[in-house]
Design a protein around this ligand. Sequence first.
Ligand SMILES: Nc1nc2c(ncn2[C@@H]2O[C@H](COP(=O)(O)OP(=O)(O)OP(=O)(O)O)[C@@H](O)[C@H]2O)c(=O)[nH]1
Ligand SMILES: [Mg+2]
Length: 448
Amino acid sequence: MNRDEIERLLAGVLAQIRSAAEVALSTARAEPVFFVSAAAVLVLALLLYYGVRRRRRSAVLPEPSAASPPAVESAQRLEIEPAIALGEPLAPTSAPQEHGAAQDASEPSPALVAEPGEHEPAPVELPAAAPPPEPEPVRPLRLRDRLRRTSEALVGRLEQVLVGRRVDPAVLEDLEHVLYTADLGVSTAESLLAAVRKQAAGGDAEAVRGALRAAMLEKLRRVEPQAGSALAVTGKPHVILVLGVNGSGKTTTIGKLAARHVAAGRNVVLGAGDTFRAAAIEQLEAWGERAGCQVIAGKPGGDPSAVAFDTVKAALARGADVAICDTAGRLQTKQPLVEELRKIVRVLGREIPGAPHESLLVLDANTGQNAISQARVFTEAGQVTGLVLTKLDGTAKGGVLLGLADEFGIPVKYVGVGEGVGDLRDFSADEFVEALFEAGAEPGAAAR
Ligand SMILES: Nc1nc2c(ncn2[C@@H]2O[C@H](COP(=O)(O)OP(=O)(O)OP(=O)(O)O)[C@@H](O)[C@H]2O)c(=O)[nH]1
Ligand SMILES: [Mg+2]
């Protein structure tokens, strides 16, 4: 039934009602009750007619409204709503924007339209969990990091003096002050200054840097051990005597050195010749355990020469490759330290011709110029064949190495740059100077 037929039908019904109402009206004149009833029926009939008309209109035609979108668009909106509300990714987001609404309706994007009858949004696909990051390999600190404080005290301060200036008498005076207060020793500071005057007068910062670098390298190359000689052995057992004042780092250096020889496949025996403190014996035993080598110990307060004797005997007996003897920095006896050390050297040489093959003097860089005085005492007492400068990692006084090199010319075999077993390095002049200048030239080095 179309719209016109419905309207005609309704008009017919209305005409019927109207004539019925007229009949009722004429009756009502005689009977008021009938009049009221007829009026009510008429009103009801009219309400019914307009109600039916309205329902039909809304069923057939869309409500005309400027604010409402077309039917297809509103249908599409309903379909994508859940996805948006849940924050589901709308990719490919560009497609609906590029196409018109009609095209969207005919070719819906699979990403935007839910399956028919499916109101649950598709489960949100999370990106696959990233694998846990590989642990960063622990990189050993570079020498320049360990030497930072010395570098700041020397090169960092030089840079501050030089910045934006040419080398004139005023600059030379400032340079002199820096060099004299950098724990180099007076004569070393003077010779460095002379090199600057000669090679960099009238020049700029770069010229001074170049002159100082070259002069330092020249001094340190003279005390650099021969390449490949660091762990060389010249006897069986190769006997190493370790000397130094108390606290300089002897026992720690022995432990680190023993570990390096063991790592090189050698059989090592340690002698706990520091009988001054019971704890010193235990300390060496702990290092022996860590490095994997036998430790020969005497009684606390015993004769250090007797321990040295026992150590080489044990080394010979077991065919060890290396024997390293610890000594005390102080003695409990009235015997002077130097005398005691001479006695140990005699005992060792008697048991093994040529022993000790190495006498390493351990000096604590923290002691600055005092290290030079210590070196004087020990070199007078006996033959020191090599120096070990320890604790370079925590001091600003590492410049003393230049003073030691200048004054004694004894090879610097190793440098200690930390308390760890791997913190004993072969000394290299180039590496040392490089590290000094690299760290010192970093912006703000002297201010830190
Ligand atoms: N930071 C740092 N500490 C060091 C280094 N070498 C030794 N030490 C520390 O310095 C302290 C003294 O070292 P020792 O090896 O006991 O010194 P020592 O010469 O044997 O001392 P005595 O037995 O008392 O004569 C210890 O705490 C060591 O860990 C180093 O290169 N760097
Ligand atoms: Mg010790």
